[in-house]
Design a protein around this ligand. Sequence first.
Ligand code: AMP
Length: 400
Amino acid sequence: MKVLVINCGSSSIKFQLLEMENEMLLAKGQVERIGMDGSLLKFLGKHEYVIEIKRTIPDHKTGIQLILESIVQENYGVIASLEEIECIGHRVVHGGERFKESVVINDEVLKTISSCITIAPLHNPVNLEGIKICQDLFPGVMQVAVFDTAFHQTIPETAYLYGLPYELYIKYGIRRYGFHGISHQYVADTLAQKIGRALKKMKIITCHLGNGASVAAVKDGRSIDTSMGFTPLEGLIMGTRSGEIDPAIIPFIMEQEDMTGKQVYRYLNNKSGILGLSGLSSDFRDLESAAKIGDQRAQMAIDVFAYQVRKYIGSYVVAMGGLDAIVFTAGLGENSPYMRAKICSGLEVVGAHLDLKKNEVRGADADLSKSDSDVAIWTILTNEELMIARETKKLFAVKQ
Ligand code: AMP
């Protein structure tokens, strides 16, 4: 069966088309710069190289139509007819407390995703738009929603409640939700398969380190804690996000810098993190290059980041009562031996010994631990779209 996966962001759409009998990738790509100058589709289909289709793409509907047109295009397309697509899986960022698992989309599901817009105003509207466009273009085809928050719905109350009046949780759902769940679940599953152990009997810390970054404690296959919270702003310092700060800093900045609450929120999301600390860039590659030639602020931003990841790992060892494996994934986790080494330096106390030679790998699944390390250290390439396709296939099979 062929599954189309759609992942709509505010100005981008990622997609994959997979043959799920053998999990073979048929095509993948990304629409970029929707509604801006220079919009385009990067498409990997029949050819072995990515082609760039430059078009005016004013909205998500035009973007999805361009993807579909390309999938069946005579020269570089991969299927003869869109009727071959049996099922569509959508990434939805926020499922609140209602969605603990992926679901087949119906009117009630759409309503509930809509009701989560108050707690995910940046993400859920565009996810919903993608679903509605596909419903119009593929009438009668089953559509599935896979939530970024669902994997973390197993986090216990002790870890998800904040020290706020309980009424705020009841009234508005203010609690830790956690994000990147599809990725954390995928790499934990893949690790267990790779090392031939039962996920249900393992204690794993998954580190999704990209432009957005989060750490999760996965015990017996279930997330029991994670660093992102009510929104993706909490937790680690990230590319442009502050991560956790003393909440008293917010009114202080408002007063001192004459900003509104909304302005401070944007400041914490877009101007902070390693960008704000280094004054240079939100990209770790730039910081690593600058630090090498003696830029002190770049080095400081790297050191703060590595320290925070290490601190979370330490606390999650205690939360899980032990540790079997650490997994690094996403742009930085998959590609930066330097950052992995920095994070792991000091983790020997929890039995995690990184092999510096094995650590020199980039962009591949690999065991990075010394042969006598008690804790396995791995890098695993995340594949959120494949995880979404697996969930979609599972629900399709149930419906048949
Ligand atoms: P992602 O959000 O998963 O796409 O990750 C993007 C981030 O990964 C970039 O902003 C970089 O900071 C980081 N990254 C990607 N490749 C490398 C690399 N080779 N070395 C260091 N950092 C990298």
